[in-house]
Ligand binder design. Structure first.
Ligand code: FAD
Length: 440
């Protein structure tokens, strides 16, 4: 028997799952992908989180290649298999790239002395695609799946899923389209990413899904002219400075560094504003800025999800997040608009909101000023940057299926993946299982 597969979310995870299936002869007409965003031709620049390839399709396209970065793929399938799956995902991005030779790999091999003793540097390879090429990749990839007869429902939000009757209910966001429709599935791949985190939480509550606890991850998006950091960028494009306070259950790292044509991006989750960043490859967009997250992982907080949400809420003013700089003003987006944020004169709100943890971030910045001596007061921070690690549904490690619903697979950020390569790898991993099951 060949199963009817519904994939909720045309993000990195869902698209890689579908690709693995049709590449291996699975009939495309049995696969329906539903996404609340737009196809890659209609997707607008401001639609950062939704549409073909999801948040990954409008991101900076840094494809990390290490099992310690961006989630826990090796937890499910072991180191060797995880790396094999990462290879497949990176190959897909190159395969649909109009100029694959332009995808560059940065692979630092030693910690430079000048960052010691203040910081450690995580050493791992990362492939860099760039936001503008991602758009072209998206179009080529989409055409491939359509040619293989995979069905897509765009601008369509899945509102409910009945795991028992195997039905997904959805609504089109078109003026002429009324009411809720349903689609039956034999197997469901749930890859709603961060934009669907609320939906995942809703399902976890409705079905009382057992979960694995997660720590808090919160901080700021730091931005400064690139020349201050060039010495380190020459060693590692996406450098990850880190430090750990073992006894206090706190660790910090710089995260998702963007350079050359680097822009701060607004994220909207649960109606609140937080910040992230991306970079373009096209020289026309060069602004010679660098931005990265300074993210803090805090262990031992009861109900970390609610705690993070509360901090994010307290950092909202005039309906936006906050920006602080000793000397600068907020930057513009790649579309030339000022980043939507409220500038504040001091860090009182930040210290109040962070419940005693703001000092770790400010110490990190103080020490960066020591390591990068020209930095001085020439920087700004967008508050907050947050990774909502909602409790991860407990899945069967062999196929990422829910314990009580073996035909429902959670993938990508919906399973706390936190990155393109890991999300794609999870989609591919589930597809391998589906191919294996349908062979029997
Ligand atoms: C600005 C930005 C930059 C980033 N840069 C990087 C980077 O350089 N490197 C990296 O590794 N990671 C990066 N990330 C993170 C990365 O994009 C995500 O980890 C990855 O895309 C997750 O893949 P996913 O398939 O789980 O979800 P997504 O890619 O987010 O896709 C989820 C899809 O589900 C759809 N959806 C959600 N809810 C519903 C619903 N109810 N019904 C129908 N459809 C729904 C959405 O429309 C979306 O298209 C970045 C993220 C952002 C926001």
């Amino acid at each position: 028997m060949q199963e009817k597969i519904v994939i909720v979310g045309a993000g990195v995870a869902g698209v890689n799952a579908a690709t693995k299936l049709v590449d291996n002869g699975y009939p495309g007409e049995l696969i329906t992908i539903i996404d609340m965003g737009n196809d890659p031709y209609k997707r607008k620049p401001e639609e950062v989180m939704t549409g073909f390839l999801g948040a990954g399709g409008w991101s900076d396209g840094k494809l990390t290649y290490h099992t310690a970065i961006g989630g826990h793929m090796s937890k499910y399938c072991g180191e060797e298999k995880a790396m094999e799956l990462f290879d497949e995902v990176i190959t897909n991005f190159k395969r649909f790239h109009p100029k694959p030779e332009e995808v560059q790999c940065s692979n630092p091999e030693a910690e430079p002395d000048f960052i010691k003793p203040y910081f450690g540097l995580r050493l791992f390879p990362v492939w860099h695609v760039g936001t503008d090429y991602l758009h072209e990749i998206g179009k080529n990839w989409y055409r491939y799946l359509v040619d293989k007869e995979v069905k897509f429902l765009w601008n369509t939000k899945v509102e409910q899923i009945d795991f028992t009757d195997q039905l997904a209910s959805y609504a089109h966001n078109h003026p002429e389209s009324k009411g809720i429709k349903t689609i039956a599935y034999d197997r469901l791949i749930f890859g709603v990413g961060k934009s669907g985190i609320n939906f995942g939480k809703q399902l976890a509550e409705k079905y009382d899904l057992p979960t694995e606890p997660k720590p808090v991850q919160i901080g700021v998006r730091f931005e400064a002219p690139q020349h201050h950091f060039q010495k380190l960028i020459d060693v590692s494009y996406d450098f990850k400075l880190y430090r750990k306070f073992e006894d206090e259950g706190v660790s910090l790292r710089s995260f998702c560094t963007n350079n050359n044509a680097a822009y701060v991006a607004l994220e909207e989750t649960y109606g609140d504003h937080s910040y992230n960043g991306h970079a373009k490859k096209d020289e026309a967009y060069r602004n010679d800025m660098t931005n990265f997250g300074i993210l803090m992982e805090i262990q031992g907080i009861d109900n970390p999800f609610e705690w993070s949400r509360n901090v994010v809420k307290r950092l909202q003013k005039n309906g936006t997040g906050l920006y602080y700089s000793p000397t600068r003003t907020p930057s513009t987006t790649s579309e030339g608009e000022t980043v939507t944020v409220t500038q504040v004169d001091d860090l009182t709100e930040f210290f109040d909101a962070m419940d005693g943890f703001a000092g770790y971030i400010m110490d990190f910045i103080r020490d960066m000023k020591r390591v990068f001596p020209t930095l001085g007061s020439d920087w700004g921070i967008y508050m907050p940057e947050v990774k909502y690690l909602s409790p991860e549904p407990l899945v069967d490690y062999n196929n990422l299926a829910l314990a009580d619903y073996s035909n429902v697979h959670f993938v990508g950020d919906a399973l706390s993946a936190r990155g393109i390569t890991v999300s794609g790898a999870q989609g591919t991993y589930v597809a391998e299982y589906v191919l294996h099951t349908n062979k029997k």
